[in-house]
Ligand binder design. Sequence first.
Ligand SMILES: *Cc1c(COP(=O)(O)O)cnc(C)c1O
Length: 480
Amino acid sequence: MYTKANKINGLTPITSEWMEEVMRDKSLIEQLISKYGSPVNLHHLPTFSSNIERFRELFAQYGLRHQIYYARKANKSKALVQKALQSGIGVDTASFRELEQSLALGGTGETLVLTSAIKTKEQYALAIKEQVPIILDNVDECELANTVAVELGKVAIVGFRVSGFKVEDKKLYSRFGFDIELLKQFILENLGAEGTYKNLNIAGLHFHLDGYSTHQRGKALSDCISMLSELNEAGFNLDFIDIGGGILINYLEDEQEWSNFDKQLRVQVASGEGNLTFNQNGLGYELINGNVERSLKTYPYYNNVNGVDFLKQVLEYKESAESSPNFSRLQKNNIEIRIEPGRSLLNQIGMTIAKVAHRKQDAKGQWLVGLEMNMSQMMSSSADFLLDPYLIYEDDFSEESAVDVFFTGAYCLERDVLLKRKITLPQLPKIGDLVAFVNTAGYMMHFFETEAHLFELSTNLSFNNSEKLTVVDFVNDDML
Ligand SMILES: *Cc1c(COP(=O)(O)O)cnc(C)c1O
């Protein structure tokens, strides 16, 4: 029998039917774990396909030429790259191996893009040979890309990453990209037939903004449309604007739960009392001169505007009441709009399940439940993963012996506490019971995973729908 933790004061995750189906079948999960080790990462491919479809439909509604590039850095599984390519979308690669592997899985110059933060000579060479567009970030990159292209006797297809957009008179800082105020002049002077970089063929503009503001993205897109038009009037032939990723998703059922948690956390930080989180971790909040300051340093797990609605706001943005919205300017200028969603394409496709290894009470009397996994197997780039986990018990359980626990991991570090938040279970699990963390495919399950202690990396499994799931329905990603 399985149940969600935290019956009261929860952060109830949105779940999918496939997750419930898996959790109902403890014996199936036990077989998977005995075959592949704990934890296992499960990926449901049909949900990936429907996420792709939803973005596509939106662009089709607006009648826009478009391409979607799945940002594969958000998840290592090859199965998803394959699925993306089979579905007719592209893949955004951000390292030599991501590029190499995506090519091996069937990607081409038509379907891949290279956006790495650091680009080696080998990356340029491979991308240029395969005619994969390269998104350039700075002048040194232009130099090197051009040099490699000359050596190969080829042309490199490039886009320019733009930053420094002005929104409400404030410039958005980024360590990435060319400053928008300088880029147009740079391109006019250095590209094209008369320019320094004769082997660079500029095909479009690109940005990827930090944070999750649709307003900022709308303004950035609008600025890029203007710049692209000006460049084309000057004789260039740019075709696309790529607006990157960062499309919000919503993880939680209930906005109220999210705001309650935030309130309780501030109270704990203010009072120095309570055990909402391990060692009263403020998750970013700090008590400074008696006031609760700074902010919650986690993903914003609840979002009213998410997915296609988020993208809609970017497309509908206009500079002023009289001006045309982005989508109609894109249509009018016949510009291809591109996006690079990572997390948002991975919404509802993943789940991480681990086995209970031991239970103990620490000196404070708190229950610690040791799991066969480690902190790097569910490490957010932010302070905590704030979704209630699920407990899969061997036996029936009663709600009468509720117990507060923290889940601890296998690294020899005090801080290997898998969720910082205190978790209330209906009853203490037994050794061999299972804990499931849902919606972990985007960044959570293995982005930061390490082999410290020589622990093996967790196994990534993918599967499709089936009448009755069995072990053979799950494909080990290493075998692809
Ligand atoms: C990380 C990244 C993405 C994907 O971001 P998500 O938030 O996962 O959608 C896309 N493009 C670039 C350039 C990135 O660095």
